[in-house]
Design a protein around this ligand. Structure first.
Ligand SMILES: Nc1nc2c(ncn2[C@@H]2O[C@H](COP(=O)(O)OP(=O)(O)OP(=O)(O)O)[C@@H](O)[C@H]2O)c(=O)[nH]1
Ligand SMILES: [Mg+2]
Length: 497
């Protein structure tokens, strides 16, 4: 991710006013992200791009088409103003967070006009930023002709409603923005169902807040703000909506359980065959898909966009000595990944939780690689993948500052430093990866008759030869194998089995 200063922030040494200071600045430093990716941006063969474009903005399922009030897949974020409240951490942290919010907004297709940061002890429970500052924000919204305000955080239904009331434009939070990107990028049936589930869960909590006033006004209804006039027919409608949403949620859950069954079957098959599985995990845009392409020629979509990959892709590969393993590209993580999303994507994320080894890819050129590592490990713990052996890979070495690389190298001596772009470090990565694959548990010695070439093949694919020697009456092998294969080899073993 590119480093950017989305906001004009005070130098902390300036002794800025501790509270209610609103800093406003135009966003200028990030390159245009929505244009076509130049050929120079290609890391490995890439497919699906055209397909992806034609699939953008999938519509909501027809069953929900008439819940117009809460329909927010059609967000149409176009001209947006970003708003953040800076409560803890350094100004660099808040800067990074807003820069990331900008990337998210641009990935969703928006044009970011301004970034505003307010320094405050805590978020205002009624209006997110201080109530007095909403007027200033309104001025910015009017002056820039923005149609959407995006808050860096998760808004309560009340904050949402209050802000929309006062600003008269659509207000969304970081969670809704991430959900929207996922909705745009979801491709598989399962991915779409997972996103829809997450969106509905999120929506359900916010039926009154979300778009309530605005869409009602747009629909020519009586304003349904708080207080008198806000209840009555509006409330009834909300109840109906809530019931329908709940029905749809149960439908989706059932559908996802079914699909999860298929996935579990496949996983069980891999497990039976003892093919070690490696999951490529990491922060969004770190270069996970690029590395999968580099390592296997998979031709997965690579894009300078957040959450380009939503559907895990698994490729079989093998070590130079013939051991098979699978490599799976997974959904990227981000700071404050919405909880509803983690829950809805549980079965996709489980791909990582069931891996034998995690290749944790970190963008070494990011302003805060360690923050990325921490955010990724947090999600891994959430999905019970915290205990899986992890191999750290610092990618984008071609972009990173040499000094940063040196620091990372000494802080993480076991990590591998690579560039999927230039190919630097890939050989080391391969060797480290092959060494890191789990080894079969049982060491056997056996004399396998020549007519049982099939067993030698199996050792080749799923086990590890320590020695193999051709003798008059067969192949004498010393090898490490899994229990199943040890069973098949039992009649030929020369060691006491
Ligand atoms: N300069 C440079 N760019 C890279 C490198 N690796 C990947 N990129 C670029 O970084 C962007 C993201 O790469 P992806 O492979 O799509 O990243 P990802 O981790 O799969 O991202 P998501 O699927 O969106 O989470 C693309 O524009 C790549 O071309 C690298 O080593 N150097
Ligand atoms: Mg990807």
């Amino acid at each position: 991710m590119t480093s950017a200063h989305a906001t004009s922030l005070p130098d902390p040494d300036d002794g800025f006013a501790p509270d209610d200071e609103l800093h406003i600045g135009p966003i200028e430093t990030l390159p245009e992200r929505n244009g076509a990716v130049e050929p120079a941006d290609a890391d490995g063969d890439q497919l699906e791009r055209a397909e992806r474009e034609s699939l953008r903005r999938v519509g909501m399922s027809t069953q929900l088409a008439d819940i117009g009030e809460v329909e927010y897949r059609d967000l149409q974020l176009e001209r947006v103003v970003l708003v953040a409240v800076w409560t803890t951490g350094s100004h660099v942290d808040v800067d990074n967070s807003v820069a990331e919010l900008q990337l998210l907004a641009e990935t969703a297709g928006a044009q970011v006009l301004e970034g505003l940061v307010q320094r405050r002890q805590r978020v205002d429970p009624a209006t997110f930023i201080g109530s007095g500052k909403v007027a200033e924000l309104l001025d910015v919204v009017v002056a820039t002709a923005a149609d959407t305000v995006i808050c860096d955080g998760e808004l309560t239904p009340a904050q949402l409603r209050n802000l929309e009331d006062r600003l008269k434009v659509k207000v969304i939070d970081r969670t809704a923005l991430i959900l929207d990107i996922f909705a745009q990028h979801a491709k598989s049936v399962e991915g779409k169902a997972q996103v829809e589930l997450a969106q509905l869960q999120y929506m359900k909590q916010r039926l009154r807040g979300w778009g309530g006033n605005l869409s009602r006004q747009a629909g020519g209804r009586v304003s349904a703000g708080a207080g008198i006039g806000g209840r009555g027919p509006g409330e009834t409608k909300i109840e109906t909506d809530r019931r329908r949403i709940n029905q749809r949620i149960s439908q989706l859950r059932a559908k996802l359980r079914e699909m999860d069954g298929t996935r579990a079957t496949k996983r069980a098959e891999r497990l039976r065959n003892r093919v070690p599985s490696v999951a490529i995990v990491g922060y969004t845009n770190a270069g996970k898909s690029s590395l999968l392409n580099r390592l296997t020629g998979a031709g997965v979509l690579v894009e300078d966009a957040l959450f380009a990959t939503l559907d895990p892709t698994t490729r079989r590969s093998e070590t130079p000595d013939g051991r098979e393993f699978t490599l799976t590209d997974t959904v990227g993580f981000v700071r404050h990944l919405p909880h509803d999303l983690v829950e809805a994507f549980a079965s996709t994320l489980e791909e990582s939780a069931h891996a034998d080894l995690l290749l944790h890819v970190v963008d070494a050129s990011d302003p805060d690689p360690e923050g990325q590592i921490a955010a990724v490990r947090e999600v891994l713990n959430d999905i019970d993948a915290g205990g899986i052996p992890e191999m750290l890979v610092f990618n984008k070495a071609d972009l990173a500052e040499p000094a940063v690389l040196a620091t990372l190298r000494s802080a993480y001596p076991d990590a591998v430093i690579v560039s999927a772009r230039t190919g630097v470090g890939l050989d080391t990565l391969r060797t480290t990866l092959y060494d890191g694959l789990p080894h079969p548990a049982i060491e056997i010695r056996a004399l396998v008759p020549y007519e049982r070439g099939d067993l030698i093949d199996k050792i080749h694919r799923n086990g590890e030869f320590l020695t193999a020697e051709h003798r008059a009456d067969g192949t004498y092998v010393v090898a490490r194998v899994h229990p199943d294969l040890a069973g098949e080899l039992a009649p030929f073993r020369t060691d006491a089995a």
